[in-house]
Design a protein around this ligand. Structure first.
Ligand SMILES: Cc1cc2nc3c(=O)[nH]c(=O)nc-3n(C[C@H](O)[C@H](O)[C@H](O)COP(=O)(O)O)c2cc1C
Length: 347
């Protein structure tokens, strides 16, 4: 309540990217704030039943933070203190890059959504690895990896492999991001040939390591059913460990803005509430194709406890937030967990 009535109206007075940097400054240097906020949210105790064992990792509960919120691994302790069970860092690219020119992040308040064309702005692999050396214990971290904008698609696998090998001893699992709409032609890497090339190189590298880190693929909500079927075949052929469904959409789904306002935002990926149904239906489709046990992480328009429940009932084993965290605040986490507890037998 406090968040929506006081904090959010204040934060929303400012440019979204500026206020993101300011809040992350506080998250980074005052991580104990997470504990204070969490106690107000009455997160409660997790029973062992809320624990989820997935690819040899024990998640305290199914709710985490999605890729892109903390691209540079600055707020790990804060998010752990808030009570999230896992978090993705990145997307990380081999070399630091600035991303697209600003403005590149737009709030669509009427629809509880964002359009972004950030373009993989991040501090680069080396800086992020240095930060991860000091990572908090008992907090699961996923490394979301990508390619530098300049790298042509034929050589993309080299960038993915560089990030994979560089992060291998610093994260617990990997998310291969080939679905960001803001890097030219990146989503073409979702075609079968190039996808297999990238994934096979990662799996080959992994086969020489002592520990087997899970590899997940993050897909776009804009894939057709034929393309989703291809993804399913790639999953079977490469043996990757899971999917993240979904990234942001290039479509302008059911927006309460005029055509010229929408055109004014320019290109970019749509996230938040308008994405909820489509990403849940993709989870459901993939779940049917891949079977009960196959790990899918649900992402896209998770704005309420009901959205979380729907994704889990559709077949997601874990769920993650980005836009919902900004619009609903940290209180969304305990609300989701309460809802999931009520339905413990079905979760
Ligand atoms: C500003 C912004 C930046 C994002 N950056 C990334 C990114 O770097 N890597 C990634 O895999 N996803 C990124 N995403 C996508 C989110 O991880 C998530 O998959 C998507 O926004 C849908 O979830 P949501 O509706 O809860 O936001 C970004 C989303 C937003 C809004």
């Amino acid at each position: 309540m406090l968040y929506k009535s006081i904090v959010r109206p204040f934060l929303f007075l400012f440019d979204p990217e500026f206020i993101h940097s300011v809040t992350f400054f506080f998250f980074r240097f005052f991580p104990f704030l997470g504990l204070i906020i969490r106690s107000k949210g009455a997160l409660g105790k997790f029973t062992p039943e809320s624990e989820i064992s997935l690819f040899n990792l024990k998640f305290r509960h199914p709710v985490g933070i999605a890729g892109g919120l903390d691209k540079n691994a600055r707020a790990l302790r804060f998010m752990k203190n808030l009570g999230f069970s896992f978090m993705e860092i990145g997307t990380v690219t081999p070399i630091a890059q600035q991303g697209n020119p600003r403005p590149r992040l737009f709030r669509l308040k009427q629809n509880q959504a964002f359009i972004n064309r950030m373009g993989f702005n991040n501090d680069g692999l080396d800086a992020i690895v240095r930060r991860l050396r000091n990572r908090p214990e008992n907090f699961i971290i996923g490394g979301n990896i990508g390619k530098n904008t300049q790298t042509p698609n034929e050589d993309a696998w080299k960038d993915y492999l560089t990030c994979f090998s560089g992060l291998y001893n610093h994260v617990d699992f990997f998310i291969v991001n080939v679905s960001c709409p803001n890097i030219k032609d990146l989503s073409k890497l979702q075609n079968r040939g190039q996808l297999k090339e990238i994934l096979n190189h990662l799996i080959e590298f992994r086969s020489h390591q002592n520990e087997k880190r899970p590899v997940l693929l993050k897909i776009s909500p804009d894939l057709s059913y034929e393309q989703l079927d291809e993804v399913v075949e790639v999953v079977r052929e490469t043996g990757i460990d899971g999917l993240v469904a979904t990234n942001t959409s290039v479509k302008r789904l059911e927006l309460d803005y005029t055509e010229s306002e929408i055109a004014g935002f320019g290109p970019g990926g749509l996230s938040g509430k308008p994405l909820s149904k489509i990403s849940t239906s993709i989870i459901s489709y993939l779940h049917q194709k891949l079977g009960e046990g196959y790990p899918i992480i649900g992402s896209g328009g998770l704005m309420s406890p009901d959205d979380a429940m729907e994704k889990i009932l559709a077949g997601a084993k874990l769920v993650q937030l980005y836009t919902g965290f900004i619009y609903e605040g940290p209180g969304l986490l305990p609300r989701i967990l309460r809802k999931l507890k009520e339905h413990q037998p079905v979760v």
